[in-house]
Design a protein around this ligand. Structure first.
Ligand code: FPP
Length: 249
């Protein structure tokens, strides 16, 4: 029996974020190069996107390339960018067929121009889709995102458009890449690493973390269901007591 049947669809996380990790180690175990690992990681991207859309998850954010990833060997960076171009080109039709809107967060203008262009095209083509948002974090850094927000707000304060004492958390939220996206309720990280690696730092204040040993290229729908079931067993208290949650005032 599939674990899918055990999921309570009334208690689905509406936003799931994923740190797709372990492509390189998985490939090494197969006696292959790292790029082979990334190519196989694309299969997992398809599986997880499809499973989320089928379940009714509204937002799926994938950490596809961090700012720090620019420091990888040049050949690997080029291959990853090429994989991205090919995948977006190939899968835009699938996104349309499944009513999925593509979005991107991060400093996407730093991507190679072909990649940037392909991405913007697919975002434009899918912009009126409404079943699920598939958000790719590309050249993304959580600290840099917060820094950019601080700079923008500082300019508004300087121009006397806003008073520093009146600033709220919403003002910060408004300046983040995720401006129109609710915070994730669930973060999944694969491959046995237990870190958040500069991902959605502001947005994950109350997110439930799920870490699994499974390498990303081996992650399949059943692994996703397992993560969601684990999440559904937890009690989200947001700083309140258990009693307050069961009998809200
Ligand atoms: C981490 O594994 C993975 C990445 C840095 C890249 C993720 C990219 C993909 C799955 C392919 C493209 C994605 C899309 C959305 C089309 P790692 O290389 O850090 O693995 P390791 O820790 O075992 O070395």
């Amino acid at each position: 029996m599939s674990l899918k049947n055990l999921i309570d669809t009334n208690k689905l996380p509406q936003h799931i974020a994923v740190i797709m990790d372990g492509n390189g180690r998985w490939a090494k175990e197969q006696g292959k190069n790292r790029i082979f690992g990334h190519s196989n990681g694309v299969k997992s991207v398809r599986e997880v996107s499809e499973a989320c859309a089928e379940l009714g998850v509204k937002y799926l954010t994938l950490y596809a390339f961090s700012t720090e990833n620019w420091n990888r060997p040049k050949l690997e960076v080029v291959a990853l960018m090429e994989l991205l171009v090919q995948t977006i080109r190939k899968e835009t039709r699938t996104l349309m067929d499944n009513n999925i809107r593509l979005k991107a967060i991060g400093n996407i203008e730093t991507l190679p121009s072909r990649c940037h262009k392909e991405l913007l095209e697919s975002i434009e083509i899918t912009k009126n889709n409404s079943a699920m948002d598939l958000v790719l974090a590309l050249s993304y850094s959580g600290r840099d995102e917060i820094l950019q927000a601080v700079k923008a707000i500082s300019k508004e304060v300087q121009a006397k458009q806003i008073n520093a004492d009146d600033l709220t958390e919403e003002d910060i939220q408004k300046h983040l890449f995720t401006n129109e996206i609710p915070d994730p309720e669930l973060l999944i990280r694969t491959s046995g690493e237990n870190r958040i690696s500069n991902f959605l730092l502001w947005q994950m204040a109350y997110t439930e973390f799920y870490f699994t040993e499974t390498y990303w290229p081996e992650f399949r729908k059943e692994n996703l269901y397992e993560a969601i079931l684990d999440y559904q067993k937890r009690e989200r208290r947001f700083g309140k007591t258990s009693e307050q949650i069961s009998t809200p005032s």
